[in-house]
Design a protein around this ligand. Sequence first.
Ligand SMILES: [Zn+2]
Length: 269
Amino acid sequence: MKVGRRSKGIAFGVLCISLCLRIVQGYKESETMRTLKLEQGDSHEVHCSRERSQAAWKIIEEYLMPFVEKERYQISRRCRLHPDNDLYRDQEQHKIHVDLNEWQCGYCRKRFYTEKYLDRHFDNRHYDLLNMSHSRCLADVCGALHCDLVMDSMPRKTKCNPAAAARNHHLCESLADGCFPVNQGPSASHLHEFFLRQFCDAHTCTGGQKPFSRGHRKTRSIFYLSISVLTLVLLPLFYIFIYMHQRGIKGGTVELKRISKGVRKKKAS
Ligand SMILES: [Zn+2]
């Protein structure tokens, strides 16, 4: 009888412990569910840097697209550099630069002093319009594309890290393979070769090779050239105008002096 009572006691104890464990487990599960729900609720918190995506796009536009356009090659959607794989592309296309200190939201027409404020507005008000379908972040290819070189805020590393250089070189080569498969005709083959020289060769610690060695968009240099020619023409004209104006004022004061002297003489007589 004693043994039976003891075993009943033990069984009761085990039951109690298991119940307690289940309650704790259940509490833990509900905690996890809550955090999951919270994360889902905070879906506009995007883990993709807008700034670095912008830098990557700038590099693609400046140092890649002119050559792709020249070859009349169509980048496929499978390529990570395709506009559809940029989360922020639609928002970026809805930026209207009205004036030097005036930016407008293309969705709701609200105006801002700087691009940064407009970016913040996009983050707060139009996060639902982000292209989440492909869940691709253009900033992820920044290492391969040398984004740090076009970003002003980033402090440049002076010491080269061989492991990071090797990683970026590998990523760079995979971009070349994915975007310009050599078996897809001569254009793709040319661009594959170009991509390696333009972006991938510089991912080394031995130095010597510089990124973007194959050049950049020419229209911009033409724009700068025309601006400088215009300045060179307008500057002498401006000085001539100033000179004439000064002469005109001096002539005027001389005239005035003469008149005032004449008036004084008349008054004296
Ligand atoms: Zn808006």
